[in-house]
Write a protein that binds this ligand. Sequence first.
Ligand SMILES: O=P(O)(O)O[C@@H]1C[C@H](O)[C@@H](CO)O1
Ligand SMILES: Nc1nc2[nH]cnc2c(=O)[nH]1
Length: 328
Amino acid sequence: MCSRDCCSGPGGSNRGNTCSDKKGAKAGSLTGEKIIPTPQSLLYPYEVIEEIADFITKGSGMRPKIGIICGSGLGSLADMIQDPKIFEYEKIPNFPVSTVEGHAGRLVVGTLEGATVMAMQGRFHFYEGYPLAKCSMPVRVMKLCGVEYLFATNAAGGINPRFAVGDIMLMHDHVNMLGFAGNSPLQGPNDPRFGPRFPALVNSYNKDLINKAIEIAKAMGIESNIHVGVYSCLGGPNYETIAELKALRMMGVDAVGMSTVHEVITARHCDMKVFAFSLITNKCATEYSDKKDDEANHDEVMAVAKNRQKACCELVSRLIREIHLASA
Ligand SMILES: O=P(O)(O)O[C@@H]1C[C@H](O)[C@@H](CO)O1
Ligand SMILES: Nc1nc2[nH]cnc2c(=O)[nH]1
């Protein structure tokens, strides 16, 4: 089965379903020929993930225990890593490339607060043209590298009216809008070497880590900027309409973004412990108005992330220190 970008990446002419590598597949849905769907899970078979993981563990000489995914503008989380071994995505076999501003496109392996970690300085989004299984494939690579804890971070719009720009929302649950639409990174045949066919997702977000993070926030004096809430991932790249934001709020969503959920599903499927937070980079208007500054934009997202990177870095590094000390 092909996992090249011809099938499943931006610019891939066959993206998703008409790979010439597949036996019997015929290209050209526009000509009325049969489309053969590529089940998402087949894009990256176990052996391919294993090869990528070997490339990283052998290349770095490390088996990291904690994996970090840096959200938009939060690449500085990876800059904290000491004695870093850096892998540009384009040099990692079978790896996608980052196409979004604020996502540098490299994997950084090293130590942080005594723990061995690997960080994705740049994640993959559905709206870049990647199928969900491809977006979250690096989580499986992390697993086979030895990672037990996933730290996923993102930039998100705050729907909860109590949230202010610059606040941090610790995720305790999610609403998977892409899942509502029938899309999952686990779609297709299940490989039990990763996890079960039907993974449960209640308690996906590790409560001990959330509680520890709250304690750390208190110690940092940023308690009033910390919330615990529900994140929802939409497909993007457009930001939401007022009607969508109203609907999400009615569903109990506190913050909205375009990532993380499929990574968390993939991590829970292979039994990783998950800690995730959203940096609230903009307030989402849930009432109609003519004011231009009510509109979300990526420059604002990046600017807020830059302003708040210090607090985010401190929260992450202190939590990693606690995990490391507890396991030492
Ligand atoms: O990678 P994350 O989820 O942090 O990035 C968010 C969602 C979009 O990629 C971008 C929109 O401004 O920020
Ligand atoms: N979907 C979505 N993603 C974001 N990322 C940062 N802000 C937003 C937002 O308002 N909506």
